[in-house]
Design a protein around this ligand. Structure first.
Ligand SMILES: [Zn+2]
Length: 579
């Protein structure tokens, strides 16, 4: 996203949209009480558990947990990105997106580049299938075991050896040259001359998630040619850090895969498909990025990394580990599968067959196990020194995360290796960090406690009640999971009482709180507004009592190690008297 759409615009847009007719336009919904239901489009089921609430402007599946507002629906179901979803909704509502500069121009420009690439995809493919020039390429692919059907499915092609094949084939004139350079297909040699970027290579077209061609990967035929793989450069439509080879063919299927396998190269993806394993993707000659992982988790709950058994594979695994760590915790699951020495997915699946390969995917190592194993290789765990070294190495990895859900399994794993108890390890880790680690029980992002959850739920069910809450700032500083979210929701509703849950949810997209609010999707309630108001009052009172108790404990705790100041003594007395 190159610029930020103002929140007020998104609020207005979501207030206008009707999620029932939006979703109803994609598949049919049945009325059930105040809501509408259907069989979930995101998982397979026979009885409907996918529910759309017109009040909340929100959908939620009780089967698989898929949920979101109108924007989320377009992203998840129509495979749009965030900006496209906004544009689509705004267009439907007759609203114009605040100008971010050159939006339309960009679109026209991209369309032109897609068209050029589409022509070249078809041309290279025809050359591979039919041309004399591609005899060796065809032979090579046959030797690698690729069938004609697979060549067609992946539109594999061949770029002839000449330096000006494309200019001649497509009669590119001077005026058009610039576009072809932008598309990454021609390279400027001097003022008047260009030449083909890809020559004498087997060509793998790369398509984005919507199926538009955005670039190529080209592979040499013999081992002495360099580089072995050549990718399109970054262009206005091709950003390697955001794209994955093979994702298009996975996402345009109606059913979502239960896992996605990340492999290192195009040939791996293709070889796996040929063996019947259809859920793999490859990065495009770049290291895995945070954006890649976010993308993967949009389509599957489990991501399995598969790395070659050589040293390059080990390095790639270590990098992936660093990117993956902050993503841990529900509902994401990351696993690692390391192949035997000198094998890649292509060679190995052919050796052991589909079933065994799938078994290895299923039993791939959980991230915690893989992390500890890869780190402990450098430590002699029979010696105290080695154990300390391991703890320190783990410590440096854990600094990236404060999430208990992630830290705990890793500590358990270290404990298993070193035979040191978890509680001792916890202390050891705190000790070596000199206070840089947040305390082990991070309160901010864990699931809200029942009391906080109830308070938030009441506000979400009856947003008008927020107006009646006085002195919300007194809730600040309470050490309970979910308090920050509660304060945020209160503040938003006090300012804009008519906000829907959909708009509140939208605020938190891609923030640390997205997961928390997802667990708080408002339930149908039998309470009246008056009853809810009383409940809310009671819950807030209890929260303030918790705060008081925490203040007392803090002061008492402090008094055990150092004398309290007179101001603190007075405060403590006042707190104790009023309880
Ligand atoms: Zn579902």
């Amino acid at each position: 996203m190159s610029f930020k759409i103002p929140r007020s615009f998104i609020d207005q847009l979501l207030a206008k949209v009707d999620i029932v007719s939006l979703i109803g336009g994609s598949f049919s919904l049945k009325k059930a009480g105040k809501s509408w239901v259907a069989c979930c489009p995101f998982h397979q089921e026979k009885t409907p558990s996918f529910t759309v609430s017109p009040d909340k402007q929100f959908y939620h599946c009780f089967g698989c947990g898929a949920h979101g507002n109108a924007i989320s629906f377009l992203i998840a179901y129509e495979k749009m990105d965030f900006m496209e979803a906004l544009k689509t909704l705004a267009h439907q509502q007759g609203m114009t997106l605040p100008s971010g500069g050159g939006e339309k121009e960009n679109k026209d420009e991209s369309t032109g580049l897609f068209e050029i690439l589409e022509k070249v995809v078809r041309y290279y493919h025809q050359v591979l299938l039919k041309s004399e020039q591609a005899i060796f390429a065809r032979q090579y692919l046959r030797e690698r075991g690729l069938t004609l059907a697979i060549l067609k499915t992946f539109e594999i092609g061949f770029a002839p050896p000449g330096w000006n094949t494309l200019s001649e084939q497509f009669s590119i004139d001077k005026k058009q040259t610039e576009r072809w350079i932008q598309a990454g297909l021609l390279i400027q040699k001097d003022l008047d001359h260009t030449y083909d970027r890809f020559r004498n290579r087997i060509m793998f077209p790369i398509r984005d998630r919507k199926g538009y061609p955005i670039g190529f990967g080209g592979r040499v035929l013999t081992a002495d040619e360099k580089p072995k793989y050549l990718n399109s450069p970054e262009t206005p439509i091709f950003h390697k850090g955001y794209e994955l080879y093979g994702l298009y063919s996975i996402v345009h299927k109606r059913e979502r895969p239960s896992y996605l396998l990340v492999v290192e190269g195009y040939m791996d993806v293709i070889a796996l498909v040929q063996q019947g394993i259809t859920s793999s993707v490859a990065t495009l000659g770049t290291a895995l990025t945070k954006e890649h992982l976010e993308l993967l988790f949009r389509y599957a709950p489990v991501v399995v990394f598969c790395f070659d058994g050589d040293s390059a594979g080990q390095m790639a695994a270590a990098r992936a580990l660093d990117v993956a760590l902050p993503f841990l915790g529900n509902p994401h699951e990351i696993r690692f599968m390391v192949l035997p020495q000198n094998e890649d997915p292509d060679t190995w699946v052919r050796k052991i067959g589909k079933d065994s390969f799938e078994k290895h995917i299923k039993t791939a190592k959980p991230l915690a196990t893989f992390l500890v194993e890869s780190v402990s290789g450098a430590c002699d765990l029979t010696q105290v020194d080695g154990q300390i070294k391991l703890i320190q190495l783990i410590k440096s990895k854990l600094e990236k995360t404060s999430d208990l859900m992630i830290r705990y399994p890793i500590l358990q794993e270290v404990s298993r290796k070193t035979h040191i108890e978890c509680s001792v390890l916890e202390k050891a880790l705190e000790h070596t960090t000199e206070g840089t680690l947040p305390s082990f029980s991070t309160v901010s992002l864990s699931p809200p406690t029942p009391l906080v959850k109830k308070t938030i739920q009441l506000l979400l069910q009856f947003p008008v009640l927020a107006q009646k809450v006085e002195g919300a700032e007194r809730l600040k500083g309470i050490q309970l999971p979910g308090i920050a979210l509660l304060l945020h929701i209160l503040e938003r509703l006090q300012h804009s009482p008519s906000l829907s849950f959909a708009a509140l949810f939208e605020d938190l997209r891609e923030t640390d709180y997205e997961k928390q609010i997802s667990q708080l999707i408002p339930l149908q309630t039998t309470l009246s507004e008056g009853e809810a108001g009383l409940e809310l009052k009671g819950a807030l009172k209890k929260l303030l009592a918790v705060k008081k108790q925490q203040n007392v404990e803090d002061l008492l705790q402090k008094s055990r190690t150092q004398p309290l100041s007179s101001e603190e003594k007075t405060r403590l007395q006042a707190l104790l008297v009023s309880s």
